[in-house]
Design a protein around this ligand. Structure first.
Ligand SMILES: NC(=O)c1ccc[n+]([C@@H]2O[C@H](COP(=O)([O-])OP(=O)(O)OC[C@H]3O[C@@H](n4cnc5c(N)ncnc54)[C@H](OP(=O)(O)O)[C@@H]3O)[C@@H](O)[C@H]2O)c1
Length: 443
């Protein structure tokens, strides 16, 4: 077939990695051959897979697909159009993606860590080589958020993107609330069921969600990838007591990733927040992901679904392969800039600092129940110009610490942090105080 000056008879695919996602992609490509070929106008042909242990049986009948332990047979190959990178992490994925792009091959990846931390150099390289670097699968699995933000909302000024981007954390918080169990126990159950990694730190410390947020923010605002400047707070400190208090006050606790552009300042944060029980974001439960985007013409749109797993993630990888095949069919690449604007137009925006980040906060203290304690605490808060909307205290005990919960009026993160440092020094305060931001205005 000759169209737009290009001769492409089939999209010849090489894959790096044959794990959870790799297996799903191979399965989909082999299972839906005819459907994909009809829709793309050419066959999507899986030619070769390179993986660390090619001899291991993956329970798939691969037909004529070549399996190799040598990644060079994919990266250096001259009989491939596109390399699908599904190894994960930085080493050797970063070098392999570099080499594939250098050699003029298109690349598609599900690797959010790689895109979030090294995307700038990779997109610049892809642009200079005139090839595509697809990454839909790197954010929210099957949920087409990259495409929605970059293409469907292309006519909007987007000022807010937020969502639940880590299914493991959302599962843990949902289980804690529904079963009234502490974090450590739910995490250990999640690990037994395969919903959490043996080393859960990427998930529970907010790193994984921050990788995804960095990608969404770059697309939304046409900015450089900015993983380092994202405020990252995970869910390890969220206690069953906080969850119970949230419930009592009409909120749910969610690990929320949020990118907001207001008055020229960017706020980028992944942290546990309280959201109203009646909000749509509160209704996103278990391993689900959801992303909300606000554009000046579109208003708020919401995208919800499976954010991980073999088949949902494969669905997103293959969507990028289909886009590539359709573009090549008409002799076009680089039609849609990876981050909404060409690399040389990407900008860096000033970040909103803790003294500029405003909100209302839930504060939880464990205090000795004696006269004057409340006065000491409220005096410190007043010195930092923090006023209170509500104070709750439950139980009385001369011996054990009792919980004291307060909700503030609008203040800044900096004031809260400084006040809590002073409050922690009081003899009557028995544990480090906790604060959780309340986000009342979300859809
Ligand atoms: N799992 C998900 O639900 C999900 C969702 C969204 C995005 N992602 C992303 O998708 C990527 C892959 O994730 P995954 O869950 O499929 O990982 P995985 O199951 O651990 O698979 C990784 C694969 O890479 C291969 N590999 C590792 N080191 C290698 C090396 N040095 N040379 C060649 N092959 C090597 C492994 O080989 P062997 O199997 O041969 O030992 C394995 O097949 C990651 O970037 C991840 O963040 C995953």
């Amino acid at each position: 077939m000759v169209l737009g000056g290009s001769t492409v008879e089939a999209l010849r695919i090489g894959m790096l990695g044959f794990g959870t996602v790799g297996r799903g992609v191979a399965d989909l490509l082999l299972n839906h051959q005819e459907l994909l070929s009809q829709r793309a106008g050419m066959p999507l042909r899986l030619v070769r897979i390179a993986t660390r242990t090619p001899e291991r049986d993956r329970g798939l009948s691969l037909g004529g697909v070549e399996l190799t332990g040598d990644v060079n047979r994919v990266v250096n190959a001259s009989d491939l159009d596109v390399v699908v990178e599904l190894i994960g992490g930085f080493i050797p994925a970063r070098d392999l993606v570099h080499r594939a792009l250098e050699s003029g091959k298109h690349v598609i990846t599900a690797n959010k860590a790689l895109i979030a931390e090294y995307g700038s150099e990779l997109f610049a390289l892809a642009q200079s080589k005139g090839v595509q670097l697809g990454f839909e699968a790197s954010v929210a699995g099957a949920v087409p958020v990259v495409k929605a933000l970059r293409e469907s909302l292309a006519g909007n000024r987007v000022d807010l993107v937020y969502g639940i981007l880590n299914g493991t954390c959302n599962y843990i918080l949902t289980e804690m609330r529904e079963k009234g169990l502490p974090f450590a126990q739910v995490l250990s159950d999640a690990q037994d069921k395969g919903f959490a990694e043996a080393d859960p730190s990427f998930d529970v410390d907010g790193i994984d969600a921050a990788h995804k947020l960095a990608i969404l923010a770059a697309i939304a605002f046409g900015t450089h990838l900015d993983f380092a400047r994202i405020v990252k707070e995970g869910i390890r400190h969220v206690s069953d007591t906080d969850i119970a208090w949230a419930k009592e006050m009409g909120y749910r606790i969610k690990l929320l990733a949020m990118a907001r552009l207001k008055e020229g300042l960017l706020e980028l944060a992944v942290r546990p927040v309280m959201v109203p029980e009646s909000s749509m974001v509160a209704a996103v439960e278990g391993v689900s992901n959801a992303v909300f985007m606000h554009g000046d013409y579109a208003g708020t749109t919401m995208y919800h679904g499976r954010g991980a797993g073999e088949r949902p993630t494969a669905s997103a990888v293959v969507a990028d392969l289909m886009d590539l095949a359709r573009d090549l069919r008409v002799g076009s690449t680089g039609r849609i800039p990876a981050l909404s604007v060409p690399v040389h137009h990407l900008r860096t925006l000033p970040i909103r600092t803790a003294s500029q980040r405003q909100g209302t906060f839930y504060l939880r203290l464990a205090v000795t129940d004696r006269p004057g304690v409340l006065a000491e605490i409220t005096a410190i808060l007043a010195r930092h110009a923090i006023s209170l909307d509500a104070i709750h205290q439950k139980g009385r005990s001369r011996v054990e610490a009792v919980p004291l919960v307060m909700v503030t009026h609008e203040t800044t993160e900096e004031r809260i942090a400084m006040a809590l440092v002073e409050i922690e020094q009081l003899d009557s305060v028995r544990e480090p105080p906790r604060s959780i931001r309340i986000e009342s205005g979300l859809a």
